[in-house]
Design a protein around this ligand. Sequence first.
Ligand code: AP5
Length: 244
Amino acid sequence: MASSSVNLEEIPSESLMNELLRRMKCAPKPEKHLILIGPPGSGKGTQSPIIKDEHCLCHLATGDMLRAAVSAKTPLGIKAKESMDKGELVSDDLVVGIIDEAMKKPSCKKGFILDGFPRTVAQAQKLDEMLERQGVKIDKVLDFAIDDAVLEERISGRWIHPASGRSYHTKFAPPRVPGVDDVTGEPLIQRKDDTAAVLKSRLESFHRQTQPVINYYSKKGIVATLHAEKPLSDVTDEVRKVLS
Ligand code: AP5
């Protein structure tokens, strides 16, 4: 079996200290299992890193995972690319498989944020089966409610850092240096599906296939509806209230 040991001497002291402090801060936090649902551009990817840091959760974004697979040209990426380019959903089996695997990561010990999954009722039912096997329950579903009319401006001004999934916006959340990620200094890119034409098809998929997922969880009494059209920091405040 291959050894995965890390030589701690090679890791800078500052990184080690920061990781130790993070673990001390996280130790008393209760487990949380969250789902974020909303149309493209509603702010799921923007709020996720904040929730992740505050509650010590892992952030599992199926869109980010699929884009990584597409750019690495893995068999999964090759299968997913055509649907993603058109703004259609990829098959339920593909995404269920990647989520099942991703949830086993050590960073998910305190729970997870599912961002962009489940997106169909069939995915929600499969997730229920997966979680039942693990003895885990979803605590909250955050519904990023927003009018479609707001989304085109959000999507057309978005720039992302592909490695981390961090989102910026030329008007609403500009990076410190235009075109450059604040944390790593690496270049930002625009997503291939962030065009007005593809957005139309992504919104159509959302209303037809994903909206029913909100009803599915409403029946379980765990949905919190957010005013996602509000400014970024107001949405963060709403999320904090819901999760406190
Ligand atoms: P995915 O990557 O999940 O895309 P999406 O759901 O369309 O969501 P977005 O990432 O576009 O929006 P977001 O809500 O994260 O917005 P953000 O925070 O960046 O999926 C892509 C594709 O993968 C799908 O089309 C499908 O093909 C496939 N796929 C993924 N999951 C799948 C699944 N489960 N099943 C099948 N197929 C799947 O915000 C947008 C912009 O607005 C940013 O620039 C941000 O800075 C700005 N902003 C955010 N909040 C505010 C605010 N409050 N005020 C002003 N600006 C704001």
